[in-house]
Write a protein that binds this ligand. Structure first.
Ligand code: GDP
Ligand code: IMO
Ligand code: MG
Length: 418
């Protein structure tokens, strides 16, 4: 059976949660391979909204098992809260979640460190960068270490001391961190029964021909190597991260679905060539209800950037795309798509040629007519107005990848198959 991966094509929040939930109807197993509680994946079912941060969105399908892979940085406190929220929604998580022994752990020290420096990039303050930094410095704590609470406590006190010595967080954070340690240790204890060898689980699922879905978090342009560094997250949300983050070899993944919003958004700092600081931008923000699912921050909005999106398709190797939030464009008279970047009147050959000076580029736009009609109630792609079809077709031509699904509303059933 095939392995399908769902990956954000832009700067995150493309609607991955919705598409993962949709595809999980047929999945036996869903796995996350990177990131942590910085993610906020929204699923709307019958008017009820659930936001997943670390648990894969497949948990909302009763028969899907979930894996938190070793490429993630797992926050026990946030995960424990998430399990409680799922229970409040009557979703059973018992025996359905496995956390890789080798996943790194976000501790209260990492969150204090993020609070000290995260504002430069506008991080989610979830301790993600510091946890990955400790992993790279080879002084991180891993899920396997949660089994020995006395040793874990000792480790944490040592890490706290190192943090003070190296000035890694503000001195007035010390009391907060000390207080948070007890909550952390209790939450860590709760996770111990969920720990396991996720590589064996995944390969067993592969060998027994199970349907597997891999859920990306964040987005391609936030990749630490391939994104708009330094305004990136600290992991590899691109398809390359799957092999290292889960131990699943690349050739096993036969379906790579790129998720793109019908326009562009970005949360936090960093360059954004098609950003609109005008009425159209405000309109996208309002119509799209563009507020961060994790931090509640207003998302910056702009037109679809086909230069960045083409790069994203190339580096991920997407085999098909899903276009989300088309309904948000319903009432615009005209729409613009960025088809090239210019500097001083000279066109650049593509996104990677521009990535080091994105702040200086001017987008070149093509204008398309809007459709001025409601797409959110449509039941089939045949019903799409011609101008909407034209918009979708133009994107396909620019990206060289077929768009297989178009989402026209937040609800599970608001999806059109092309
Ligand atoms: P993710 O991080 O990629 O899973 O995306 P988020 O959940 O952070 O943000 C996507 C937002 O758009 C959520 O509030 C979704 O409920 C909503 N959404 C998803 N698809 C659609 C759609 O087709 N139309 C509209 N109007 N909203 C959508
Ligand atoms: P999902 O999975 C959008 C952004 C932050 C910040 C940068 C670094 O919901 O699409 P971090 O806390 O990761 O160190 O922050 O990355 N960011 C996201 N933006 N969606 C996300 O996740 C994000 N996760 C991180 O806003 O600019
Ligand atoms: Mg999100």
């Amino acid at each position: 059976m095939p392995i399908t991966a769902v990956i954000g094509g832009q700067w995150g929040d493309e609607g991955k949660g919705k598409i993962v939930d949709l595809l999980c109807e047929d999945m036996d197993l869903v796995a996350r391979y990177q990131g942590g509680a910085n993610a906020g994946h929204t699923v709307n079912i019958d008017g009820e909204t659930i936001i997943l941060h670390q648990v894969p969105s497949g948990i909302l399908r009763p028969d899907t098992a979930c894996i938190l892979g070793h490429g993630m940085v797992v926050d026990p406190v946030a995960l424990s809260e998430e399990l409680d929220i799922l229970a409040q929604h009557n979703i059973s998580t018992q025996g359905r979640i496995q956390i890789s022994y080798a996943a790194h752990i976000v501790t209260p020290v990492h969150k204090a460190m993020d609070r000290a420096t995260g504002h430069v990039i506008g991080t989610t303050l979830r301790g993600i960068g510091p946890a990955y930094a400790d992993k790279a410095r080879r002084l991180g704590v891993r899920a396997v270490d949660l089994r020995d609470t006395p040793q874990l406590r000792e480790y944490l006190l040592g890490r706290l001391e190192l943090g003070v010595k190296q000035g890694e967080f503000e001195p007035d954070e010390l009391d907060t961190v000390n207080r948070e340690l007890e909550t952390f240790l209790a939450a860590a204890d709760r996770l111990v029964p969920m720990l396991g060898d996720s590589i064996s689980s995944l390969h067993h699922a592969i060998d027994t021909k199970k349907n597997i879905l891999i859920e990306g978090a964040q987005g391609t342009l936030l990749d630490i190597d391939l994104g708009t560094y330094p305004f990136v997250t600290s992991s590899h949300p691109t398809s390359g991260g799957i092999a290292t983050g889960l131990g699943v070899p690349v050739q096993q993944i036969d379906r790579l679905i790129g998720i793109f919003k019908s326009y562009t958004t970005r949360v936090g700092e960093g360059p954004f060539p098609t950003e609109l600081n005008d009425e159209a931008g405000d309109r996208l923000q309002t119509e799209g209800a563009e507020f961060g699912a994790t931090t509640g921050r207003k998302r910056r909005c702009g037109w679809f950037d086909a230069v960045a999106a083409r790069y994203s398709c190339q580096i991920n190797g997407f085999s098909e795309l899903a276009l989300t939030k088309l309904d948000v464009l319903d009432q615009f008279d005209t729409l613009q798509i960025c088809i090239a970047y210019e500097i001083n009147g000279t066109q650049l050959p593509g996104f990677s040629a521009a990535i080091h000076h994105l702040n200086q580029v001017s987008p070149v736009y093509v204008e398309l007519p809007g459709w001025k009609s409601d797409t959110s109630s449509l039941k089939s792609a045949e019903e799409l107005p011609p101008a909407a079809r034209n918009y979708i077709q133009r994107l396909e031509e620019l990206l060289h990848v077929p768009i297989a699904r178009v989402s026209v509303g937040a609800e599970r059933n608001q999806i059109l198959t092309l």
